[in-house]
Design a binder for this molecule. Sequence first.
Ligand code: CP
Ligand code: NVA
Length: 305
Amino acid sequence: MRHLLNITDLTVGEIKLVLELSQRDPASLGRPLAESDGTPKGAALIFEKPSNRTRHSMEIAVVQLGGHPVYTRGEEVGFDTREPVEDIARIMSGYHGLIAARVFKHDVVTRLAATSSVPVVNMLSDESHPLQGLADALTMVQEFGSLDGKTVAYVGDYNNVARSLGEVCVMLGAHYRLACPAGYKASDAELSRIAALGSGSINQSSDPQLAVVGAHAVHTDTWVSMGQEAEKAERLQIFGSYAVTTDLMSKADSQGIFMHCLPAYRGYEVAAEVIDGSASRVIRQGHNRLHASRGVLAFMLGVSQ
Ligand code: CP
Ligand code: NVA
């Protein structure tokens, strides 16, 4: 049985297969979330935080694979407040063919996976956002043909999105360049861990121009992730010089694209002229959340060709 808590739960070959499955006609994937008589199996989608893309793309992916999504807000199941995570996992395994959760603490998805008898998917935690990383990889592979040898810059907060993106980039052979302010960087141990994942490379500085020069794709994300709202004023001060502007984008490759997982805050981490301009791929990237989710769920449920 497969879980997807981090990008690294997949091998390089499996990521490539998932990207291939993601681009297939949904009907060709069969109905791996249905019983043999066609009855849909359940898919629990539990959200401790708000969502637009993840909820909608996962609900539709589940239906396309023959299943029946059951959306639940985190407070209704109450991980470790209403009852222990392990009791929730054991009970839900009896109703569903899949459990997916968006959580504050990564440890909750780890414990769900340790106890569940059905596959568990991390729909975003404080540590990682693997479904986003797969959709980002899909978008860049569609744009460039392959990530091998490409330069991918990430400017801003070293957060869940930056981590999953770095993992998938290095695994697929890209050169990943981070530009993050002091206090919001990846640790040296983290850089070494990611560097060892594949044939690509990773480096980090505090200089957005250094990261972006010649880059084929420039990524950023919000400076204030869900759960960090109390730090907003401080973060806006610290990240002020990390905005992706037209001037910064002009240092990228002449065909360089702009990407953002969304939701985006125009005038903060990205200028409106960039995210709404011709180099932006954010809408395709958002739409690819559906295709990548369907591809990875199909893989986890046993579709291999
Ligand atoms: N990118 C992303 O995960 O969006 P949502 O928070 O809207 O799901
Ligand atoms: N880093 C952001 C991503 C939102 C999709 C957050 O965790 O809020």
